[in-house]
Design a protein around this ligand. Structure first.
Ligand code: GLU
Length: 433
């Protein structure tokens, strides 16, 4: 039997990180089993429908690399995988249930008559356990609403059957719907798929994941400068553990190793700091060229796009997100706004005189300036002027950047170049006039 899994998001807003998470497991399991990953849009709740979110779902899956084998696509066939285009199909099946008297009409809607005796049970792949519900807990439920649209409970089953879905992977919050689904499968005499209900994503306080925990639309992670590899790795670690306990691994490694038994059935704990840490690790693993490329893609309107490469070695060890690059390196490309108070923090009485001495030394320094010579020159100068080396180098730092903290001083100076460095020191001197 071919493995066919589906992601069935409802396009009701910016795709949630939980949708990306589910997509990863669908994708990984399909690949592992040489099966198919199918995308289906469950857009039958017309009141909550947000057209833009369809494109956002596509973009999110594209970004993360979860290419679907079947589904709606921009430019491709759309209708077969979009529920609002399949109303006739649901009507036909609802009529069948009416004819069998398993369904009935009420207030313009069609409702399913649930069995009240016995229990409904299935074996869940997550936690490798049986789950059962007494049937008398299952109220009759709506199949087709009075607006002619099917409910989730109905359309989901019809489509999973018609699309020959073999495994349904979804969040725990759907567990209570599964007995209803199983009753519908039974009413048609269809073989149900296997079910895997994933734990709920929770934040640090164990409450259901929300914005408060640093959860954003899947989207915003990209826009904040997270790398897709790090996001995917992070999603993998939510509720799944690598059998060797590894924290950093690729999606292809996960495809090789994935088994439902390694999913923690009780919780998936979303820790934004872990994502930041992972992202930093991925940044450091990357070659300087690759990182420069990523930065160029990320910083679309950067004023010094062709100089980004030079700055990469300066910041590679210091950034966690691509966006961190900007505040750390701004001073390299932008005119410095000096503030007297920043100089005052250095506690040097005669800053202006010291800066003039610095300027003289730099003018006499053989070009191109060399790191060791630079360092020795200003250590000596500090001693002559009865300053600590720290004060000396901090003064130069503030003079070239306006900031107390920058990446490596000499590396920054190399990017600025000798002339620009001299100009900045002159500008600092005139501020102190
Ligand atoms: N449309 C449902 C959702 O938004 C699908 C749930 C399922 O996978 O059955 O998550």
């Amino acid at each position: 039997m071919e493995v066919r899994v589906r992601l069935a998001p409802s396009p009701t807003g910016t795709p949630h990180i939980g949708t990306a998470w589910q997509a990863l497991f669908d994708f990984v399991f399909a690949k592992k089993m040489n099966g198919k990953f199918i995308l289906r849009l469950e857009d039958t709740d017309r009141e909550r429908y947000v057209p833009d979110s369809v494109t956002q779902i596509y973009e999110m899956l594209n970004w993360l690399g979860f290419d679907w084998d079947e589904g709606p696509d921009i430019g491709g066939p759309f209708e077969p995988y979009v529920q609002s285009k399949r109303l006739d199909i649901y009507k036909k099946y609802a009529t069948e249930l009416l004819d069998k008297e398993i369904a009935y009409k009420e207030e313009g809607a069609i409702k399913f008559k649930t069995t009240k005796d016995g229990e409904t049970k299935w074996h869940d792949l997550v936690g490798d356990k049986d789950i059962s519900f007494p049937n008398n807990t299952q109220e009759d439920f709506v199949l087709i609403k009075s607006d002619g649209y099917p409910t989730y409970n109905f359309a989901n089953v019809i489509d999973d059957h018609l699309m020959q879905i073999s495994h349904v992977l979804r969040g725990n919050e759907f567990i209570s719907s599964t007995p209803k689904h199983l009753m519908v499968y039974q009413a048609f005499g269809w073989q149900p798929p296997k079910f895997a209900h994933f734990p709920v994503l929770v934040g640090s306080d164990r409450a259901k994941l929300s914005k408060r925990h640093g959860a954003k639309g899947a989207w915003e992670f990209r826009d904040e400068g997270f790398l897709k590899e790090a996001v995917v790795n992070f999603l993998a670690l939510l509720g799944w553990s690598h059998p060797e306990g590894k924290e950093i691994f690729s999606v292809s490694e996960m495809i090789n190793l994935f088994e439902f038994k390694d999913i923690n059935a009780s919780s998936a704990y979303f820790d934004i700091q872990k994502l930041e840490w992972l992202n930093g690790e991925y940044i450091r693993k990357m070659s300087d060229e690759d990182l420069a490329e990523r930065l160029k893609e990320f910083l679309v309107d950067h004023p010094a796009k062709n100089k980004l490469e030079m700055a990469v070695p300066l910041i590679k060890d210091r950034i966690k997100k691509l966006s961190d690059f900007v505040p750390l390196t701004d001073f390299l490309w932008e005119k410095v706004e000096y503030e007297k108070e920043v100089f005052d923090k250095l506690n040097i009485k005669n800053e202006k005189q010291v800066l003039n001495s610095i300027l003289d030394e730099l003018k006499n320094l053989e070009r191109p300036w060399k790191s060791e010579v630079f360092e020795q020159t200003f250590r000596d100068l500090a001693q002559d002027l009865k300053l600590s080396a720290t004060q000396m180098f901090q003064l130069i730092r503030v003079a070239i950047s306006g900031q107390l903290v920058t990446p490596s001083l000499f590396e920054s100076i190399k990017i600025l170049g000798e002339e620009e460095t001299l100009n900045r020191i002159k500008a600092a001197i005139s501020l102190l006039e």
